[in-house]
Design a protein around this ligand. Structure first.
Ligand SMILES: Nc1ncnc2c1ncn2[C@@H]1O[C@H](COP(=O)(O)OP(=O)(O)OP(=O)(O)O)[C@@H](O)[C@H]1O
Ligand SMILES: [Mg+2]
Length: 234
């Protein structure tokens, strides 16, 4: 079975792409060669006839991959919608076969695959097929990226409950400051509450970064992600 992590989130825009980059750097730091995928990306840019997957390109760059972007992101959709709706609006089909083929090919070359999901676990890809199904089919444990403040406990627990129903392993949760800290009571008490009630560990609290350059992400990842807990799930 290929090793790796499926990076999901409690919502869209919580920082999955940046945290996937951080996990790539953490894995590299352990001495392992990491490859990345963002198998389905909606809201892609367009240059002439070509769709540009921004998340896929960022991950390819963070992992220093020399593979074609079509392997990193085999399914590009232009409409900024959930995949099922974006495919309909773009008048195209999402090929799960193509995603699997790309994943298998990259898995042969890289020791650890870091795969970014789309939105959260219950985002529909096709009729009766959700992101949680894609994570299950790729056979990877989850890392759940979540906001640090008020409301996040509910979103985290719902995500974990959904993962458990599908029989998925959750390697851990990363609380990511995608906005400057509010110093709110929720931000201050959530890590302790999660340690008490949450069945999965918090493997990192990632600070807000003004500079999102590769070196800054790498340095912060090594310092703020629990490498031992990550290694246990590989
Ligand atoms: N730790 C951080 N510090 C500063 N900015 C951040 C941080 N994490 C995320 N951001 C910013 O927040 C925004 C959303 O992050 P990101 O694109 O990684 O989210 P996402 O969950 O991958 O979104 P999508 O669902 O669209 O794939 C981006 O503008 C990103 O630069
Ligand atoms: Mg993203």
């Amino acid at each position: 079975m290929p090793k790796g992590f499926f990076i999901t989130g409690t919502d869209t825009g919580v920082g999955k792409t940046i945290m996937a980059g951080a996990v790539i750097k953490a894995v590299n730091y352990m001495g392992l060669k990491a490859g990345a995928m963002k198998p389905i990306e909606s809201g892609c840019g367009r240059e002439g006839d070509v769709l540009i997957p921004f998340d896929g390109m960022f991950l390819k760059q963070m992992a220093h991959m020399d593979d074609p972007i079509t392997l990193v992101t085999p399914c590009c959709l232009e409409s900024p919608l959930a995949p099922i709706s974006a495919a309909e609006a773009d008048m195209t089909e999402i090929s799960l076969y193509e995603i699997r083929r790309s994943f298998d090919k990259l898995s042969e070359k890289y020791e650890v695959m870091i795969v970014e999901g789309v939105g959260g676990l219950m985002v529909p890809i096709k009729r009766d097929y959700y992101v949680v199904g894609l994570a299950r089919d790729l056979g990877l444990p989850l890392i759940v990226v979540a906001r640090p403040g008020l409301g996040t406990i509910n979103h985290i627990m719902l995500t974990l409950s959904c993962a458990r129903k599908e029989g998925l392993t959750v390697a851990g949760i990363i609380l990511n400051y995608s906005a400057p800290p509010e110093q709110s009571p929720a931000e201050q008490t959530n890590p302790k509450l999660l340690a008490q009630i949450c069945p999965a560990p918090v493997i990192g609290i990632f600070p807000y970064l003004k500079n999102m350059g590769e070196e800054a992400v790498e340095r912060t990842a090594i310092k703020n992600i629990d490498l031992e807990l990550l290694r246990k799930c590989l």
